[in-house]
Design a binder for this molecule. Structure first.
Ligand SMILES: NC(=O)C1=CN([C@@H]2O[C@H](COP(=O)(O)OP(=O)(O)OC[C@H]3O[C@@H](n4cnc5c(N)ncnc54)[C@H](O)[C@@H]3O)[C@@H](O)[C@H]2O)C=CC1
Ligand SMILES: O=C(O)[C@H]1O[C@H](OP(=O)(O)OP(=O)(O)OC[C@H]2O[C@@H](n3ccc(=O)[nH]c3=O)[C@H](O)[C@@H]2O)[C@H](O)[C@@H](O)[C@@H]1O
Length: 473
């Protein structure tokens, strides 16, 4: 059974009287806000999810998800009794126990995290706090080191300006979900990090997560697994450390991918196979299997912006971070590598037609923010090539960004590869693995595959007569 297929069967064992149902407001209905709202509602809290984007809220009210992820809508449907949506904060926050902030913190031009949305939310919340109210503000957005402390002070200053005496506390609670697996990660996190300076507020956030921390909430399809061995770890720490854990984790993962991409570059030169190198390395438990998949490099709404933001923070201290700098440099270099490979095979890109399969920054999502694929399409167009693009879910999101006479948006793989001089696999969607490549070969002008994600079987495709080029193999 697929995750979320039979939501009504979900089991919540709440015989444990330690669990207390809370009134939770989640601000922001993006990936993080929406998944947080869904999880909180499923585990028994009463949740109001707020977003200023009226289109998003209108969709959500009709039970439709504004972002693509498998089973997201089924999960949404399964918790509507506990989850409602609106575009504005309620007039009074008197009944609210916890407000979770999950608005965006994109990069500014100079690389700093743009805090304008968080700042606005802080003003909005504080204006609604009432005399003698107890409220915990939980920060899930990824914010620069020192932000929670600063906002805590700011809220208290704003309250004293209004002459309101209330018991408001902050808890930093960074999010580690991955897009495409956001729902699963939200229900089954490896760890929950809570940073703060008030034991009672930290205790309340622990209670909020109680069913996840104790696995008293179980989806039936996972019941046969031994959950005791995989309970999420709880990390309780201070504000600054919680914020640093988030940035360090993303920077480390990005660096790990850049490391394997650097090795892949050398594999290309010496003739070794990066796929086996990754397996051979990953089997060492100290290294671990994850994030050793070489390819076009990392994109998305977080690794690029969070590595930039970390560098920005370091700059404030004149502290150099050469590893992160190198990780970013290698990531940019991957795009050049693939363009050189295309040029090596086609000689001149101008006038050639290249099919690009995959536009989202990774499979499982329709998100094209900082997608390497989208950047490569733009570069091919700049070099005079024409591009036919196909993606199972991200096509519509890319239409505006890639609007050009040289870009043809195709609704199928076959339409995209028709008369193409080369095909580039830019996102490793499973669908590309399952396509009949013999049929593809008959329709292409020249049978050239640049497999930017090392998705396909090199040997099989070579035997079919394709010129196959991967990354480091
Ligand atoms: N996308 C991801 O996979 C992850 C994101 N994060 C972090 O979580 C935060 C949110 O990320 P996403 O969900 O991707 O962002 P997003 O950009 O998809 O969604 C943010 C939402 O906040 C809304 N918003 C902005 N100002 C608002 C306001 N004043 N009141 C109500 N809603 C408001 C926007 O309309 C938008 O829908 C960021 O700091 C990000 O770094 C952390 C882990 C994973
Ligand atoms: O802060 C965030 O927003 C999130 O960022 C990442 O999650 P996400 O961006 O959704 O996606 P990942 O699966 O981490 O992939 C990021 C990029 O790295 C690339 N990647 C990943 C793994 C790999 O082995 N090779 C590789 O090229 C992917 O194609 C993608 O472009 C982290 O994995 C999450 O823990 C974190 O919460």
């Amino acid at each position: 059974m697929m995750l979320g297929e039979k939501v009504e069967n979900f089991v919540v064992k709440r015989e444990d009287d330690q669990f207390k149902r809370l009134n939770v407001i989640v601000i922001g209905a993006g990936y993080v806000g929406l998944c947080t709202g869904i999880v909180m509602a499923h585990i028994g809290h009463s949740v109001l999810c707020i977003d200023i984007n009226t289109d998003k809220i209108a969709l959500l009210e009709q039970g439709m998800a504004p972002i693509y992820e498998i089973n997201l809508e089924a999960m949404l449907a399964g918790c509507r009794n506990n989850l409602s949506f609106t575009t504005e904060l309620p007039k009074r926050l008197g009944d609210t126990d916890i407000v979770i902030i999950a608005v965006g913190t994109p990069s500014k031009e100079n690389g700093d995290a743009d805090m304008q949305y968080v700042d606005q939310v802080i003003i909005d919340i504080t204006s609604k706090i009432e005399e003698a109210q107890d409220l915990i503000i939980v920060m899930k957005s990824t914010v620069p080191i020192g932000s929670n402390q600063e906002m805590f002070r700011r809220v208290n200053n704003l309250l004293s300006d209004r002459g309101v005496q209330a018991n408001v506390n902050f808890v930093s609670n960074p999010e580690f979900l991955r897009e495409g697996k956001a729902i699963y990660d939200s229900f089954y996190p490896d760890r929950i990090v809570v940073g703060g300076n008030n034991d009672s507020a930290i205790g309340a956030v622990k209670n909020m997560y109680y069913p996840l921390l104790n696995k008293t909430f179980i989806m039936p399809q996972y019941m046969d697994q031994n959950f005791e061995s995989s309970l999420p770890s709880l990390v309780v720490t201070d504000f600054l450390t919680a914020e640093m854990i988030k940035y360090a984790s993303n920077a480390f993962l990005a660096t790990k991918v850049s490391f394997i991409n650097e090795i892949a570059g050398l594999c290309d030169k010496v003739g070794a196979d990066i796929l086996d190198v990754s397996i051979g390395m990953g089997l060492d438990n100290r290294i671990g299997k994850g994030f050793l998949h070489a390819g076009l490099g990392w994109g998305g709404s977080c690794f690029p912006k969070d590595t930039l933001a970390l560098q920005s923070i370091a700059r404030e201290y004149d502290y150099e971070m050469p590893i992160i700098e190198a990780a970013r440099t290698i990531n940019t270099r991957q795009i050049i590598f693939v363009l050189r490979k295309i040029q090596g095979l086609l000689k001149v890109i101008r006038g050639k037609k290249i099919a690009v399969l995959g536009l989202s920054y990774k499979p499982g999502t329709d998100d094209i923010r900082d997608s390497v694929s989208v950047e490569i399409v733009k570069r091919i167009v700049r070099l005079g090539g024409s591009v036919s693009v196909y993606d199972p879910v991200a096509l519509d999101n890319a239409r505006k960004e890639l609007a050009s006479d040289s870009v043809n948006f195709c609704s199928s793989i076959i339409c995209a590869i028709e008369s193409a001089d080369a095909v580039l696999i830019a996102t490793e969607w499973q669908e590309f693995l399952e396509v009949d490549w013999r049929e593809v070969k008959l329709k292409m002008r020249s049978p050239i595959i640049i497999d930017g994600r090392n998705l396909l079987h090199k040997k099989i495709l070579s035997e079919m007569g394709f010129t196959y080029v991967g990354v480091g193999r």
